[in-house]
Write a protein that binds this ligand. Structure first.
Ligand SMILES: [Zn+2]
Length: 326
């Protein structure tokens, strides 16, 4: 397998959103066990529609990793996501960490989620992201056996106690994109590395924690370095008014509630910066298909790799001009 290569001039910005409600996160599990979820008023549809409206302003395609539990209760929302041209992918059914599931339980969880999503949209679900980026490496093969084409559960931030490392993926096709035996691919979240320490730069609570200008600078560095940028946020991070509860565990409450009002304005500024960089938003499945096609056409890649870099010094990436309907 060849090392990562440059294949076209336009960098890609892969926006991903985990569709779940504010009370379904792992840090609140002791307060809101799964059996109690139906007693809590849902806010996920309104929060996700805020994301859809934001993306619709400039017709930006994105990928939504949807919880099967949410899809069963909010079918109109899931159909709307698909009808607007976005990718509907799976976030498991009940938001149980794969590290807490046996292989058989994991298989049941992803198949159940996938069936709900495919029945609602009439479209194939090809992508998966584990809750809390907690996928054991030996479960990748199960995803492939169950018909998934890619996984996006690798967040290589070693200081987080729940993130699974997914070691041994081998040589990437390009930074953060790994081919996996059986035809699957892994789409990793980017980090900034300082000596032996990783700094998360791909979104979530870190997007709300860092000063906005610093986050944009780190994202800009990533897109120059890798030629693409993968970002993730949760639906509930666009809902600053969700109920306040006392979150058990040091720092978890701060992490959950910090700067929620800034998510939307900061996203607008980040997207404006991506526009200035000439980045094109792409669904994860389309981006990976472009990488796959380019990797299968080495002669064409070699020719294009000799073209000069973008005038402002951007590294270059797969061109995915897929600003679909939204
Ligand atoms: Zn989640």
């Amino acid at each position: 397998m060849s090392a990562p290569q440059r294949i076209s001039r336009s960098p890609s910005c892969v926006l991903t959103f985990d569709v779940e409600d504010w009370f379904q996160v792992e840090n609140l599990r002791s307060l809101f066990p799964c059996g109690d979820w139906d007693r809590v008023p849902r806010r996920v549809a309104a929060a996700t529609r805020t994301v859809l409206e934001l993306l619709g302003e400039d017709r930006r395609p994105a990928t939504f990793f949807v919880l099967g539990w949410v899809a069963e209760r909010e079918p109109a929302l899931i159909r709307e996501i698909a009808d607007r041209g976005h990718e509907v992918a799976a976030h498991g059914f009940g938001h149980v960490l794969p590290t807490q599931l046996t292989a058989a339980e994991f298989r049941d969880d992803i198949l159940r989620a996938r069936k709900v999503l495919e029945d609602l949209t009439g479209q194939r679900v090809s992508g998966y992201r584990a809750p809390s980026f907690s996928l054991p490496g030996d479960y990748l093969g199960i995803l492939g056996e169950c018909g998934f084409s890619y996984d996006s559960s690798l967040h290589p931030f070693s200081l987080h106690d729940r993130y699974a490392p997914l070691d041994g993926l081998g040589v990437p096709l390009r930074p953060g994109v790994f081919p996996i035996d059986g035809g699957m691919m892994e789409l990793a979240l980017p980090v900034e590395r300082w000596w032996r320490v990783e700094l998360p730069i791909s979104g979530g609570g870190y997007f709300r924690l860092y000063p906005g200008q610093l986050f944009r600078r780190l994202a800009r560095r990533a897109i120059r370095r890798d030629g693409h940028y993968v970002m993730y946020l949760h639906s509930w991070e666009f809902d600053p008014e969700f109920p306040r509860v006392r979150v058990p565990g040091f720092g978890y409450g701060f992490r959950h509630y910090n700067n929620l009002k800034r998510t939307l304005p900061r996203m607008r500024r980040l997207l404006a910066m991506m526009d200035r960089l000439g980045a094109t938003c792409a669904r994860a499945d389309h981006f990976l298909e472009g990488v796959r096609r380019s990797a299968a056409a080495p002669a064409r890649m070699d020719t294009q790799a000799q073209t000069p870099e973008h005038a402002d010094g951007l590294a270059v990436s797969a061109r995915l001009d897929d600003r679909g309907p939204s």
